[in-house]
Structures are given as C-alpha cells and as structure tokens.
Design a protein around this ligand. Structure first.
Ligand SMILES: [Fe+2]
Length: 255
C-alpha cells in the first residue's frame, strides 16, 4: 500500500517534470499556421503576425521569418500586430529581416513593447524603418485598401482612458487592428472584424482560459460584440520562452 502511494507520488513528480521541461521546448520548436475562413464578404486573405518578440534567437525566429516569407506572397495583405520586438531585443536586425521577408502589401500597428522600448529604439525611428519598406504604420488612422477601410489603433493600455480618443481617429471601418483586444470593451467599435494579439493566448494551458493580461478577460480565438467579430491571436513569440499547450501561431484569415 505504502509502496503504491510512493509510486504514485513518483509518477506525479515525473509527469510534472516532463510538463515543465516540455513548456520550455514548446515555444522553441512549435509554431502553428492557423487558418480560418470567415466569409465576411470582404474578399481578402490576410496573414496576421503578432507578438513575435524578436530577440535575435536563431532557429526559433528564423521559423517565423521563413513563414512570413512563404505565406505573405500567397495572401492579399500582411498585418503585423505589434510587439514584433521589445525592450530586450539587442538590435533591430531580426525585426528588419522580418520586414524584408514580407512580400506584398502590408500594414503594422505598434504594441506595448515597441512603446516600452522607445528609450532604446525611438518610435519615430521605428515608424521610419517600417515605412521605408513600404509598410504603413497605422497610429489611430485608417487607410483604404481594395475598397475596404482598414484602421489601426496605437497602444494605449497604459492609459485606458485614451481608447475612445484613439478610436475617434479611426471611426467606422471594415477591419480594425489593435495590439490589445481590450479595444472591443473600451470603445464603441464599429467594424466587421477586429484583429488583436497581446495575450499570447495566456501562454500556459491557454485552452482553459485561466491566464490573461486583458482587462476584459480576452484570451485567444473569436469573440463577438454586436455585429463585430474579433480574432485574438496567440502570437508568435514571447519574452520568456515558456509555453504549455498554447503553441505559437501565425494566422491566415480568409475574410
Ligand atoms: Fe503586448
């Protein structure tokens, strides 16, 4: 009896250790290309890449860059959702490689980490770097693309009171891109589709929806408010590579 209990405890410890080791393995090796057909009648195929947190780690980041290189020519529009680099990025070399990998039309919004890294990489210089590649950075403004209005919200999560003001700079659009999904709860969003990231899908046991940095409780996947559908990506990276059953993703959406 005592031996059986000891065996069970050993099994639990071994299982826990295996999961703990796997949670370091998952963010290094695993990345999913998630595909969704939404049939919103907008007639666009979009590659959505967010939260890559590029730190110059070979292998892991090359996978993301290679996916962007392979997938971007197959879609109509590539959208970068912010936190592409962060304050721990030693240089913007990987970021530049990712921008160079984009083949075709592209847009970007900024995340909290681009803003938090501004002491090291000033925002204006980042915008210049991105736009020198022909990729527009949408900071509370919209563009027209193939007859659709696409708006982008700048990071405002450090002062949620800015959400409504920032959204007023955009107004009604077909597609709204915001690094944080909280925009859906913070402003009267009028859009067919919202694309967001920031949560990393909770990073640990994402399907259970236990962990999130969203004030409105968004974790990953689809949410609807009225006529507006929002998709929250699990993102393609993180600061500390530790994930458990919440794989990194890049997303292809047919809308
Ligand atoms: Fe973020």
């Amino acid at each position: 009896m005592r031996r059986g209990r000891r065996g069970a405890i050993k099994g639990l410890i071994a299982g826990g250790l295996a999961l703990w080791l796997y949670s370091f393995y998952e963010p290094i090796v695993r990345i999913e290309v998630v595909k969704h057909r939404l049939d919103l009648g907008l007639g666009l195929d979009i590659l959505f890449v967010t939260d890559t947190h590029l730190h110059g780690v070979p292998g892991r980041e090359d996978m993301v860059i290679k996916l962007v290189k392979n997938l971007s020519p197959e879609v109509d529009l590539t959208i970068l959702g912010g936190d592409i680099y962060d304050e721990f990025s030693e240089s913007l070399e990987s970021f530049s490689s990712l921008l160079d990998a984009v083949n075709g039309e592209a847009l970007m919004v900024l995340g909290n980490h681009e803003h938090w890294a501004a002491g090291r990489y000033p925002i204006e210089e980042t915008v210049e770097l991105v736009e020198s590649r022909g990729i527009q950075v949408l900071r509370n403004r919209l563009v027209e693309y193939r007859g659709l209005l696409i708006g982008g919200i700048d990071w405002y999560g450090d002062d949620p009171g800015l959400a409504k003001k920032y959204y007023r700079g955009v107004g009604r659009v077909d597609i709204l891109v915001s690094h944080t999904p909280d925009i859906l709860g913070d402003a009267e969003v009028d859009a067919r589709l919202v694309l967001a990231g920031h949560t990393h899908g909770g990073q640990i046991l994402g399907p259970l929806g236990l962990i999130t940095n969203s004030r409105h409780g968004y974790v990953s996947g689809f949410y609807r408010r009225g006529e507006t559908l929002m998709y929250v990506s699990r993102g393609a990276g993180e600061i500390i590579p530790f994930r458990l059953l919440t794989p990194r993703e890049v997303t292809v959406l047919s809308v």
